[in-house]
Design a protein around this ligand. Structure first.
Ligand code: URA
Length: 193
């Protein structure tokens, strides 16, 4: 089985097995999307309305902004893998609850294990604090974070595109932080072979 087939089978398995209670209110699950050999994985928070309807992550306004930032660093969306901590839309886009994050956590771990990316980028505080509970996004955005975790050991934290979309100063910071990604990748590649 290829890695892409493995990933597909993993999502099929979790569609059945995930015990997240958001299943009851969501239209459908929103699994991660992108190539199984991606070097970079982006982890967002949870699907919003557009994602819930389409079954794909980051396809609404925040997704369009993310696509623009990817283009600005000459990355193609098709070359990166994009997923969320929680795979079902919380009602009215409320914050996901700890038990909802917990219910989806194995799914996230297993998808990232298959991909084994060089770099994992957290989009926003929920994603960051899922793995670095004591860090604040306002303090670590734009920085490399190193720690051995179940999903990898090298991370980069960014403000969430939806939070920055209509906040002028946060938007500027996010755009500037995003531009560091190619350098971060080059730096990692020079000491990880
Ligand atoms: N915000 C997220 O965190 N994830 C999505 O998929 C869309 C918006």
């Amino acid at each position: 089985m290829s890695k892409q087939e493995e990933l597909k089978a993993l999502h099929q398995k979790w569609f059945k097995e995930c015990k997240c209670r958001l299943k009851e209110s969501a239209t459908q699950p929103v699994p991660g999307d992108g190539p199984a050999n991606a070097k970079v994985v982006f982890i967002g928070e949870a699907p919003g309305k557009a994602e819930d309807l389409e079954g794909k992550p980051f396809v609404g306004a925040a997704g369009k902004f993310l696509n623009e930032m990817l283009e600005s660093i000459k990355f193609k969306r098709e070359d990166v893998y994009i997923t969320n901590v929680v795979k079902y839309r919380p009602p009215n886009n409320r914050d996901p609850l700890p038990e909802e994050k917990e219910a989806c956590s194995k799914w996230l771990e297993e998808e990232i294990k298959i991909i084994n990316p060089k770099l994992i980028v957290f989009l926003g505080r929920h994603s960051l604090q899922n793995f670095f509970p004591n860090e604040k996004i306002s303090e670590v955005h734009g920085k490399i974070l190193k720690k051995k975790t179940k999903i990898g050991d090298t991370f980069f934290a960014l403000y969430h595109p939806a939070a920055a979309l209509y906040n002028g100063s946060m938007r500027e910071v996010l755009i500037e932080d995003f531009k560091k990604i190619p350098k971060v990748l080059a730096k990692i590649s020079s000491f990880v072979q």
